[in-house]
Ligand binder design. Structure first.
Ligand SMILES: [Zn+2]
Ligand SMILES: [Zn+2]
Length: 215
């Protein structure tokens, strides 16, 4: 195999149990690249999975002061390796890099309808794909939201992101499920997911959880 990230050749060592079950996990990156991605440790904020402390973090307390209880899960820390990965995947638009992490977008609670956070039409035009929907595989998700703004979140500073107004709307004639799992790629302040959650709640969705690959 050739590593999708560093392009070196590597071998996959299958475990005997995998071969017996005809279950051969696909691997797209070499062991060296793999170990640069760090999972969120057991010590994390119980509400948003922020690493390092088992207490409720500042961000979550700030949301709570606005009457919002965060119910979020994430898998990886947003470290330098992740930063580099997302620059290549999103900003250079290297679509095939979705393969590296798409297996982490499968084990969701079946009682919840999986809804990806949309990107704006301008972004879509530039990138050619929604990086969140690419991780998920149809038909396992439902598009319910559209994003209308042209001002990219990453160009705003932290404070204006926490205060930025809602730029999502619900797709016309959409039938809303009772339970929604909102999915995004990276959780920074939680503002993007909370804006989307707020809109869905206001429109009648009863229960909303959120998930991102990184926190
Ligand atoms: Zn590699
Ligand atoms: Zn938190």
């Amino acid at each position: 195999m050739t590593c999708l990230l560093c392009h070196t050749k590597f071998h996959i060592h299958y475990r005997f149990s995998d071969l017996l079950l005809l279950k051969t996990p696909e691997q797209f990156i070499c062991p060296d690249c793999q170990q640069a991605f760090i999972k969120i440790p057991a010590e994390h904020c119980p509400r948003c999975y922020k690493s390092g402390n088992s207490q409720i973090c500042k961000d979550c307390l700030e949301w709570e002061s606005k009457g919002i209880l965060i119910n979020h899960q994430a898998i990886f820390q947003y470290n330098n390796a992740m930063h580099d990965y997302f620059s290549r995947y999103k900003f250079l638009g290297d679509y095939q890099l979705h393969k590296i992490f798409s297996s982490f977008f499968k084990k969701f609670d079946k009682n919840f309808t999986v809804v990806p956070i949309p990107i704006s039409p301008e972004r879509y035009q530039k990138r050619g794909f929604n990086q969140v929907s690419a991780f998920l595989k149809e038909p396992s998700f439902t598009e319910l939201l559209v994003k209308s703004d042209t001002l990219a979140q990453s160009s705003l500073n932290r404070k204006s992101r926490l205060n930025s107004k809602n730029t999502f709307s619900i797709i016309e004639n959409a039938i809303l499920p009772k339970k929604v799992l909102l999915v995004d790629d990276i959780y920074t302040t939680g503002a993007t997911l909370q804006h989307a959650a707020h809109l869905l709640k206001d429109s009648g969705v009863r229960e909303i959880k959120t998930f991102s690959l990184c926190r």
